[in-house]
Design a protein around this ligand. Structure first.
Ligand code: ADP
Ligand code: MG
Length: 252
């Protein structure tokens, strides 16, 4: 196994609130790692620290063995960390294909050369990505008119355009119906295995988490309280207490 991401004693406070409190964990290649925990547990803060949007107060982050603590989001992204957002982030007036082409252009550092020829640049690669996530038949529609589930798939394709080794997905299925959710995570799981990357994701639907995660971390008040296989986490007493009776809705 190869460690893609190593987080050591990571901490971040907002005023008096210890949002992330001495958190340590690893993400291995080929792994779908879920981070769960009640609202306010520190999940999004942790993602924002890893991708460079926030600076930690303490601790370190290593990506493929390289110290990345304090790097800017763009630098972290260029090292191969893709990200999907809870709030959709496509350009609504551009077509599905153009959205993917824009990311490919940026990833290949040709954004300065945006000219009339853009429509031809990386067209095949963009179509390949759309096929991978199953929305190739939507390529010529503008993102603004897509169904929500389709938009989420386009965003996944955008996150993959940089050919990341690590994908951070903060509530990727928020706002989706039950069937769509499971399908999207099935797809994600297949991509993780076929491309041999690693995914760290948060998710409030425990059915999705237990069906697809290889390993689960449970956060509470910024600290790791349990970690293990879905079965191990399901049997953990402390986790049971936190989630008792709130499995369906309490973990967002
Ligand atoms: P989660 O994603 O698990 O719901 P968050 O990481 O969003 O949790 O929040 C963790 C804690 O940090 C919460 O108490 C939240 O109110 C606080 N927090 C998060 N972001 C900020 C911020 N920018 N300013 C102040 N407090 C914040
Ligand atoms: Mg959150």
């Amino acid at each position: 196994m190869e460690t893609l991401l190593e987080v050591v004693e990571l901490s971040k406070s907002f005023g008096g609130v210890k949002a992330v409190n001495g958190l340590s964990f690893r993400l291995e290649r080929g792994e779908l790692l879920a981070m769960i925990g009640p609202n306010g547990a520190g999940k999004s803060t942790c993602f924002n620290l890893i991708n460079g949007q926030l600076r930690p107060d303490g601790g370190s982050i290593r990506i493929l063995g390289r110290e990345t603590t304090g790097l800017r989001p763009r630098q972290v992204w260029s090292l191969g960390v893709g990200r999907t957002f809870q709030v959709t982030s496509t350009f609504p007036s551009m077509t599905v294909l153009e959205n993917i082409q824009m990311v490919l252009l940026s990833a290949k550092r040709r954004l300065n050369s945006v000219t009339k020829t853009v429509s031809r640049l990386y067209r095949d690669e963009a179509m390949e990505l759309l096929k991978l996530v199953g929305v190739e038949n939507q390529w010529n529609r503008t993102c603004g008119i897509l169904a929500y589930g389709e938009l989420k798939r386009v965003e996944l394709a955008m996150a993959l355009a940089n050919d990341p080794v690590i994908l951070l997905m903060d509530e990727p299925t928020a706002g989706m119906g039950v069937k769509e959710r499971l399908k999207l995570m099935e797809l994600t799981s297949r991509i993780v295995k076929s491309r041999s990357i690693g995914v760290l994701f948060t998710e409030h639907d425990m059915d999705v988490v237990f069906a697809h995660a290889d390993r689960i971390m449970v956060l509470n008040y910024g600290s790791l309280i349990a970690e293990g296989t879905p079965q191990e986490v399901r049997d953990n007493q402390e986790v049971k207490q936190i989630y008792l009776g709130t499995c369906e809705t309490g973990g967002a």
